[in-house]
Write a protein that binds this ligand. Structure first.
Ligand code: 4NP
Length: 158
C-alpha cells in the first residue's frame, strides 16, 4: 500500500483539507484500500485540535467531511510515508531541516509541482484571510491532487 502525507504549518487549514480531498477522490474511485492518507504540521501550535471551522465549512460546501486531529511531523514520517507533499517553501525548509543527510529528498515534493496550471509555487496560507481564501485553496488542492494522481499513480505497484 502506498502512503501519502500532506504537510502544512498548523495542520488545521491546508493539509487536513488536502487529506479530505484525496480520501474523497479515492472513495469515489473505490481505491481507498490502495493508498493510506494522513496529514500533519511542522508546528506544534494546534496538536490534538480538529481542523479550523472555516476548513470544515469549506470542505462541507464541496461535499467532503473532514475528520482529523492535528499532529506534528516527526522524523519517523520520513520512513513511514512514500510521498510527503508540503504546502509551501517554508514547510519544505522546515521538513528538510529534519533530514540533514538528505536521505529522504526523493520523497519530498511541493504540492503545486503537480498543479497543471502552477509551477511549484506556495499553496497560500488561508489562516489569516477570509472565506474566499479557503475556496481558492480548495481549488488549488483539488487540481494539484488530481495532477498528483495522474502523474505518480501512487496506488499502482510497479
Ligand atoms: P495551516 O494554517 O498551516 O494551513 O494549518 C495555519 C494554521 C495556524 C497557524 C498558521 C497557519 N498559526 O499560526 O497558528
Amino acid at each position: 500500500m502506498s502512503k501519502v502525507l500532506f504537510v502544512c504549518l498548523g495542520n488545521i487549514c491546508r493539509s487536513p483539507l488536502a487529506e479530505g480531498i484525496l480520501k474523497s477522490k479515492l472513495e469515489s474511485s473505490r481505491q481507498s484500500q490502495s493508498i493510506f492518507v494522513d496529514s500533519c504540521g511542522t508546528g506544534n501550535y494546534h496538536i490534538g485540535e480538529q481542523p479550523d471551522p472555516r476548513s470544515v465549512a469549506n470542505a462541507r460546501e464541496n461535499g467532503i467531511t473532514l475528520d482529523h486531529k492535528a499532529r506534528q511531523f516527526t522524523h519517523e514520517d520520513f520512513e513511514q510515508f512514500d510521498h510527503i507533499l508540503v504546502m509551501d517553501s517554508s514547510n519544505l525548509k522546515d521538513v528538510k531541516k529534519l533530514d540533514p543527510k538528505e536521505e529522504y529528498t526523493h520523497k519530498l515534493h511541493l504540492m503545486r509541482e503537480y498543479d497543471p496550471i502552477g509551477t511549484g509555487e506556495d499553496v497560500p496560507d488561508p489562516y489569516f484571510g477570509g472565506e474566499l481564501g479557503f475556496q481558492q485553496v480548495f481549488e488549488i488542492l483539488d487540481r494539484s491532487i488530481e495532477g498528483f494522481l495522474q502523474e505518480v499513480k501512487p496506488g499502482v505497484s510497479k
